[in-house]
Structures are given as structure tokens and as C-alpha cells.
Design a protein around this ligand. Structure first.
Ligand code: SF4
Ligand code: SF4
Length: 449
């Protein structure tokens, strides 16, 4: 039964026909939708130093972002990013409620930017759509539905390709050079969006979205929510417009994409899209009265002063500040290459015929810079007096790794312990890495045990 309800097959689903609406919040939302579309469609095509502005290369475990390459060794940045996103969501939900749902969630952004305009263009606004759907099958209904569904399929494919471009690279994906797995994922994503656009729609927010489930735990009495001014609005009467009361025009209800009536109070289905604010605004301005649906909080409605700074918002704000500062410091001190030093397998130490103790190491250097120009790495050591270092400078292209042998020799006459800690310094024009390791003599060289 639950599955049938989720799939909208229980027979209890009331199809929602949201009416189109214009207004200040709709304009604001269109601005954020445009910015998000630009990020999705343009970022994977723009290249910086020969690499995409944004590319999440999962097989190679690399993330290219604005010319920098982050590898598995930079996992700390992924942890910081996830923490930042989580606390941003907590912070914005505490202040503005489900602002994510109404302004930035892909489900809302794609439905508002593509699906509703296409639907309105082909089938007309709410009343025409509702009336036509209520009638039996006709040629007019059939061709409109057919064209609409074909266009929805095209949009689903376009969005799936745009999303996969972030993971497979826009050029290889669109030119047919990406992997089979990438195209298989495009097919799955296309199917997902097509099902969502043609059938599932608002049910995703109501039944499947996990954020909708826990968002009430993130809000409090002072969170700004889209709500109805009940004391001013009630009782509803057609004649109450001039005095600012609700005239019962239902405009706030018919524009709602979730099919709810904001005048019934806060409801879990509400995605805070503010369409009902624009709707009531358009009605009440005819009477020169302020809108009855607006952003408000339970505290404000109860006559208390709204506090933007309260323990919850201050805590989230402080955590976001700490995360931002920590990420900035780490980014500024990060060098765009990695190096590791390990003792060569099976070789602890060796005594050469010329009276030197020799340790052989394997030094691995990875150039993580996105630039294709080669970078030269120079290696030095410190911490062992009079040590001789046998290693060559290494020149690496962008994203290239190489492992080279490194030999350290110390004269048997030197006064050393069995194990001597020392540092390997790898330097390039981009910075320096200092690696700690040990030199093994095996015996007390020079007599000091
Ligand atoms: S009640 Fe208003 S804010 Fe909530 S989903 Fe409906 S139109 Fe959007
Ligand atoms: S749009 Fe405003 S006046 Fe019309 S029913 Fe809704 S709350 Fe009442």
C-alpha cells in the first residue's frame, strides 16, 4: 500500500495543476535558477590550464577545481567540504527554513525552469490543462501529451548529460569518447528525470526526500517561514479586500506546486517556494494592502521580537567560520605536489667497499598541478652531518607521478647511532615538502652506541 502510494497508484493522488505566477520572489528564484544552470552547463566546458573548471574523475580519484587538482591525499578537503555543506544546510534551515527546497534543489530548479514552462507552452495554464485532462481522449489531447512527453525526454537527457559531464568530462561525453559506464549512467539518470517529470513530481518531496523528514528538527520558533497572517486574514470574506482581509480568491492555493493551502498553517509538504506570497501580493495590491502570505516566524506572529542571532544560529555560524578559516589556511599552505619516501624493499643498509654505509630509498613524487608544463623537483637532505646524497632532479608533467631511487651514504668514520632520523626536502618552484625518515647504520658507526 505504501509503495502504491509512493508510486501514485493508490488512486488517492490528486494531480496538481499549479497556475503560473509572476512576482518579486519568482524573479529572485529565476535568478538563482539561472546561476545554477550556468554552473551546471558551463563549468564542465570551461578549461583552466588545460583542464576542466570542474571535473570529478572517480576512476583516477582526482577532483579538478579551478586549475587545482585534489587527489586521495587531499581527503581532508573533502571532509571539510562535506562538513561545510552540512553546517550550511543546518544554518540556512535554522534562519530561512527550507530555502534550499524552494530556491536551489535540482528537483525544484528543473521543474520550474524547464517542465512547467514547456507544459504551459503546449497545454496552456492551469484551467486549460485541468479541463483537457478531465475530458476523454481526443486528437488535441493526444498530440499535446505526445509532444510534451517527447520534449520532457529531451530535457531529461540534456540534464543527465550535463550532470554526467561533471564526472566524465563534457568534451569526451558529448563527443562519444566517454566510457560505457558513463553512458549507462546517463541512461539511468535520463530515466530517473523522465519518471520524475512526467509522473512523480511533488511526491518526491513528500515521500522520498530525506531532508524533508528531518528539516523540522533544524528549525525553531524564530525560523523564517512562508506563513499566512491569520489574525489579519480571518474571517475570509469576499468583501474584506479593502480592509486587508482574505477574500477567499484561492489564488495562493492554485499556484502551489505541492497542492496545499498555506492558510491551513505550517505543513510538511511546503517547500517554501514563496509562489503563494507572489500570488497573494498580486491580489492584495489591488486593494493597496500588504500580502497576507509572507515570510514570518512563530515568535514574530506571537508578538515577540525576531532574533537573527540566537544560540542555534550563532553555533552554526561559528562552526562555519572555523571551517572556512581552516580550509583557507590549508589551501594556502598546500603545495601542488605529493612526495613519499620509503626504504627500498629488502635493503636495510649496506657497507660499501670504500668505507661508507649506504641506505637506499624509493622516492615517489606526484605533480598534482593541472598545468601541462613540466615542473622540476630538487631533492636535498638534512639531519645527518657529512652525508652524501645520490639522487637526480626530476621533471614531471601535470598529473604525472614517478618513483626514483635515492641513495644516502655516510662514512664509517662518522659518529652515528644505529638509527638516525633525518629529513628529505623536495622543492620545486611551487613550494617545499619535508619528509621524515631514518638512516640505518646497523652498527654504531664511529664508536658511539
Ligand atoms: S504553500 Fe506556498 S511556499 Fe509552500 S509550497 Fe505551496 S506555494 Fe510554495
Ligand atoms: S491569495 Fe490572499 S486573499 Fe486570496 S485566498 Fe490566498 S490568502 Fe486569501
Amino acid at each position: 500500500m505504501a509503495v502504491a502510494r509512493i508510486l501514485g497508484m493508490s488512486g488517492t493522488r490528486e494531480w496538481v495543476y499549479p497556475q503560473s505566477i509572476q512576482g518579486a520572489f519568482m524573479r529572485l528564484r529565476r535568478g538563482t535558477f539561472l546561476a545554477l544552470h550556468l554552473a551546471l552547463f558551463v563549468a564542465p566546458w570551461v578549461t583552466v590550464k588545460g583542464f576542466p573548471l570542474l571535473l570529478v574523475d572517480l576512476p583516477r580519484r582526482e577532483v579538478h577545481l579551478v586549475g587545482a587538482v585534489f587527489t586521495a591525499a587531499d581527503t581532508i578537503f573533502l571532509v571539510l567540504l562535506l562538513l561545510f555543506l552540512a553546517f550550511s544546510l543546518f544554518f540556512f534551515t535554522a534562519v530561512f527554513g527550507r530555502v534550499w527546497c524552494g530556491y536551489a534543489c535540482p528537483q525544484t530548479v528543473f521543474l520550474e525552469s524547464w517542465i512547467r514552462p514547456i507544459e504551459m507552452w503546449i497545454e496552456g495554464d492551469r484551467t486549460q490543462r485541468k479541463r483537457r485532462d478531465g475530458r476523454g481522449l481526443s486528437w488535441d489531447k493526444a498530440w499535446r501529451k505526445g509532444v510534451k512527453w517527447v520534449l520532457f525526454l529531451g530535457v531529461s537527457f540534456l540534464l543527465a548529460m550535463a550532470m554526467m559531464s561533471i564526472f566524465a568530462g563534457a568534451r569526451p561525453l558529448w563527443m562519444g569518447r566517454a566510457s560505457f559506464a558513463s553512458y549507462a549512467l546517463v541512461a539511468i539518470l535520463t530515466g530517473f528525470w523522465y519518471l520524475d517529470f512526467t509522473w512523480f513530481r511533488e511526491q518526491f518531496c513528500i515521500y522520498l526526500c530525506p531532508y524533508a523528514r528531518f528539516q523540522s528538527a533544524l528549525t525553531d520558533d524564530e525560523t523564517l517561514l512562508v506563513s499566512y497572517d491569520e489574525p489579519r486574514g480571518e474571517p475570509r470574506d469576499k468583501s474584506r479586500g479593502p480592509e486587508g482581509g482574505c477574500i477567499g480568491c484561492q489564488k495562493c492555493v492554485v499556484v502551489c506546486p505541492q497542492g496545499i493551502d498555506i492558510r491551513d498553517g505550517f505543513q510538511l509538504e511546503c517547500i517554501q517556494c514563496a509562489r503563494c506570497i507572489d500570488a497573494c501580493q498580486s491580489v492584495m495590491e489591488r486593494f493597496d494592502q500588504p500580502t497576507l502570505v509572507r515570510y514570518s516566524s512563530i515568535a514574530t506572529d506571537g508578538g515577540k521580537k525576531h532574533r537573527a542571532f540566537r544560540p542555534r544560529t550563532l553555533t552554526y555560524g561559528m562552526l562555519l567560520t572555523v571551517l572556512t578559516v581552516a580550509s583557507t589556511v590549508l589551501l594556502m599552505t598546500r603545495v601542488p605536489f605529493e612526495a613519499t619516501v620509503n626504504r627500498a624493499p629488502g635493503s636495510l643498509f649496506q657497507v660499501d667497499q670504500d668505507g661508507y654505509v649506504r641506505n637506499t630509498f624509493l622516492l615517489k613524487i606526484s605533480n598534482n598541478a593541472a598545468a601541462r608544463e613540466a615542473v622540476t623537483y630538487h631533492v636535498e637532505i638534512d639531519g645527518i652531518e657529512g652525508a652524501e646524497l645520490l639522487v637526480q632532479d626530476v621533471s614531471l608533467e601535470g598529473s604525472e607521478s614517478r618513483t626514483i631511487p635515492m641513495v644516502v651514504r655516510v662514512s664509517l668514520g662518522t659518529d652515528l647511532q644505529r638509527t638516525v632520523p633525518f629529513h628529505v626536502n623536495v622543492t620545486s618552484s611551487a613550494g617545499e615538502l619535508r619528509l621524515a625518515t631514518t638512516f640505518k647504520t646497523g652498527v654504531s658507526v664511529g664508536g658511539t652506541e
